[in-house]
Design a protein around this ligand. Structure first.
Ligand code: ZN
Length: 284
C-alpha cells in the first residue's frame, strides 16, 4: 500500500495511491500518525479498503501532496553511511553509526519549495532512504528489527553546511531549518519493498544527475540501524530514521556547489517515487 496525505499545508487529509489514482480515505477516520502506526493501522486500513475502496472520493492530481506522515515524535538521521560519501566529506568511514537529530518542524511536502535559510551560504542536498517505524522498538535485536518497521519513504535531508560544520556544536543546527525535510510522495508499506538494502537512489540538480547509488552500499544496513538506535532510545510508531546519503552532495565538489534560488532538486528511490523541490530565497 502507498500512503499519501493531500491538501493545504497544515490541513492534509489521508489517502492512498492505487493503480495511479489518489483515493481519499478520510472516511476511515484516522490520519497517518503515531496512533495509526501503533495500532496496526496499515493492516486495518487495507482491510477497510476492501469494503470501501469504491466509495472513496478520487483526489485531483492537481492537489498538493503533504508529507505522508503526520507529526512523528522524532526524526533521527544517520551520518556518513556510505563509504564514498564519507570520503568526499573528508571523514573516516565510521565504525559505529553516527547519529544526529533533525527537528520535525523541518518536514514539508515532496513538491514544496525548499527555503534557503536566512544567512545561508551553503545549502546542500542529500537523497536518502528513510525508515518509518511501525511497532515501538526498544532494545530490539537485528534479527527482529524489521518486525518494527512499517515502511519506507523518500527523504531529501537538506543541509546547511556552514551551520552544520562551521558554527560549532552539533550537526542538528544545519539540518533543522524549515522545509529541510521534504518527505514523500508516499510511504510504501514494507510488503512493497523486497529488500531495503538493495534500492537504487538518485538525485538531479537542474536535470544533471549528481547522486546515483544504491543502498547496497550502506555501511550499516536497515536492520542494524533500527537495532542500534533502539539500544539508546525508544523508537515510536511513525518515527523516521533517515539512513544517510551517498556521494554526490554539493560539499563534495571542488569547488563546492550549493543551492541558489531557482535551482530544482529532483530525487527518487526504487518503489518510493520521485519528489521535486525548487530552492527559494528566505523572505523575512
Ligand atoms: Zn543525511
Amino acid at each position: 500500500m502507498k500512503l499519501i496525505r493531500f491538501g493545504d499545508q497544515g490541513n492534509e487529509q489521508p489517502g492512498v495511491l492505487k493503480d495511479g489514482k489518489r483515493l481519499d480515505t478520510s472516511e476511515f477516520g484516522e490520519d497517518f500518525d503515531q496512533h495509526f502506526y501503533g495500532t496496526d493501522g496499515p493492516a486495518r486500513l487495507a482491510q477497510w479498503l476492501e469494503a470501501h475502496e469504491s466509495a472513496c472520493p478520487i483526489v485531483s492530481d492537481e492537489a498538493r501532496l503533504g508529507a505522508p506522515i503526520a507529526s512523528p515524535s522524532k526524526i533521527i538521521c544517520i551520518g556518513l553511511n556510505y563509504a564514498a560519501h564519507a570520503r568526499e566529506s573528508g571523514l573516516d568511514i565510521p565504525t559505529t553509526p553516527i547519529i544526529f537529530a533533525k527537528a520535525t518542524s523541518a518536514i514539508c511536502g515532496p513538491y514544496d519549495d525548499v527555503i534557503i535559510p536566512k544567512n545561508s551560504t551553503k545549502t546542500d542536498w542529500e537523497v536518502e532512504l528513510a525508515i518509518v517505524i511501525g511497532k515501538k522498538a526498544s532494545y530490539v535485536s537485528e534479527e527482529n528489527a524489521l518486525d518494527h518497521v512499517a515502511g519506507y519513504v523518500l527523504h531529501n535531508d537538506v543541509s546547511e553546511r556552514a551551520f552544520q560544520l562551521e558554527h560549532g556544536g552539533q550537526w542538528v543546527k544545519g539540518k533543522s531549518c524549515d522545509t529541510f525535510a521534504p518527505l514523500g510522495p508516499w510511504v510504501a508499506t514494507k510488503d512493497e519493498i523486497k529488500d531495503p538494502n538493495d534500492l537504487r537512489l538518485w538525485l538531479k540538480i537542474n536535470g544533471e544527475m549528481l547522486q546515483d547509488s544504491t543502498t547496497a552500499d550502506f555501511v550499516f544496513n536497515t536492520q542494524h540501524l533500527v537495532s542500534y538506535l533502539s539500544q539508546y532510545m525508544s523508537l515510536l510508531p511513525g518515527d523516521i530514521i533517515s539512513t544517510g546519503t551517498p556521494s554526490g552532495v554539493g560539499l563534495g565538489f571542488d569547488p563546492p556547489r550549493y543551492l541558489k534560488p531557482g535551482d530544482v532538486m529532483e530525487l527518487g528511490i526504487d518503489g518510493l517515487g520521485v519528489s521535486k523541490q525548487t530552492a527559494v530565497a528566505y523572505k523575512g
